[in-house]
Design a protein around this ligand. Structure first.
Ligand SMILES: NC(=O)c1ccc[n+]([C@@H]2O[C@H](COP(=O)([O-])OP(=O)(O)OC[C@H]3O[C@@H](n4cnc5c(N)ncnc54)[C@H](OP(=O)(O)O)[C@@H]3O)[C@@H](O)[C@H]2O)c1
Length: 325
């Protein structure tokens, strides 16, 4: 099969399109012919191998996972042993730990679900990691209820587009923080209020919120906390950072430790994709409460350009790779 492969960590020049052996599904897993993949900042970090501390898990000298990409949508072509609820021909979407920037990928059934019928493969691939992150951040970690005031910093990127819509589906009052070019998009997705970060600093105003979901982490924890109402929480959901050694780990540790002592501060969270979350997102999609927003689509051979765009930090929604169909 054709796949994007990296033998070492580095910039986009480490990525190349190659012919590699097709993967084989083992127990509890299926083989999927990938129609579309999507990228996010986690893929960029894995390509670069930064922050360096991450390499303890991902491979010290070279990536243990040589094919980039997690998000996928495609068609099941064969199933391994002990697989009962999926059959060849099923259209599915989810998270592939083996690398989705490839013509085929092996996926465990716990990390996939039937593709929402209303979505194309490109649209479905745009949902899993960012959609689940937003769902777990807003619904679970944030425990958002009707009438809550929710502020989303970085509201029109991959996670933010879903976070706005999920918070609205829970009947929250949503304030989106984004750049001037994305104000209209934030409103279309349902934001009640929009703060243009080039004009106003959400940490310096009078307004306070029951939940601040911070996808950017461009303010100090002390400043961000000023925007949180008594009894509310702050969720740090940003892995972007200048630090090449520890990246956002320092900020996350700070948030985790100080959350033990300081009210108004939630712990950072990690949200691996689970089948039930994909089913919950599908219900929202089918109920007309959630839709993906695709910013740019690239062919597999142009995955390097897609990574460069992710690196810009200014995507309006998702960056998707078309692989077949
Ligand atoms: N917890 C998890 O499991 C998990 C999973 C996935 C992602 N994440 C994290 O979630 C974060 C967001 O990811 P993403 O995919 O949404 O990123 P993204 O697609 O790059 O979006 C970033 C957004 O931030 C906005 N932005 C840039 N500068 C800003 C500023 N100064 N103030 C406010 N907004 C600003 C941009 O809007 P403009 O274009 O308008 O500037 C852009 O829409 C990442 O740090 C990632 O590590 C966590």
């Amino acid at each position: 099969m054709k796949a994007i492969v990296q033998d070492t960590y580095g910039g986009t020049d480490v990525l190349s399109l190659r012919d590699v052996a097709d993967p084989t599904p083992k127990n509890g897993a299926v083989l999927v012919a990938v129609r579309a993949a999507a990228l996010h900042i986690g893929d960029l970090m894995l390509m670069r191998g930064e922050p360096f501390v991450m390499r303890i898990g991902t491979g010290l000298r070279r990536p243990k996972k040589p094919i980039p990409g997690f998000d996928f949508a495609g068609v099941v072509t064969s199933v391994g042993q002990d697989v009962s609820r999926v059959e060849p021909g099923d259209e599915v979407f989810g998270e592939a730990t083996g690398g989705s920037c490839a013509e085929y990928v092996v996926v465990t059934t716990e990390k996939m679900a039937p593709k929402p019928a209303a979505l194309t493969f490109l649209e479905a691939a745009a949902v899993p990691v960012s959609g689940v992150t937003a769902l777990r951040g807003i619904r679970d970690a944030g425990n958002v209820k009707a009438g809550d005031r929710v502020l989303i910093n970085g509201a029109t990127g991959g996670v933010g587009i879903y976070a706005i819509q999920i918070a609205k589906s829970l009947q929250a009052e949503v304030t989106a923080v984004c750049g001037p070019g994305n104000i209209e998009l934030a409103r279309e997705l349902g934001a009640d209020h929009v703060i243009d970060y080039t004009q106003d600093d959400y940490t310096q105003g009078e307004a306070q919120y029951d939940l601040v979901l911070d996808n950017v982490a461009n303010r100090s924890l002390a400043d961000a906390r000023k925007a949180v109402a008594a009894g509310g929480s702050y969720i740090s959901n940003s892995a972007r950072s200048e630090g090449r050694w520890f990246g956002a780990v320092g900020r996350m540790m700070h948030a985790a430790v100080s959350s033990l002592f300081v009210r108004k501060q939630g712990r950072p969270f990690y949200s691996p994709v689970r089948r039930q979350d994909l089913l919950d997102l599908t219900e929202l999609i089918e109920g007309g409460k959630l839709r993906p927003v695709i910013d740019r689509t690239y062919p597999l051979a142009k995955t390097t350009a897609a990574m460069d765009y992710i690196a810009s930090g200014h995507a309006s929604g998702k960056t998707v790779i078309k692989i077949a169909g």
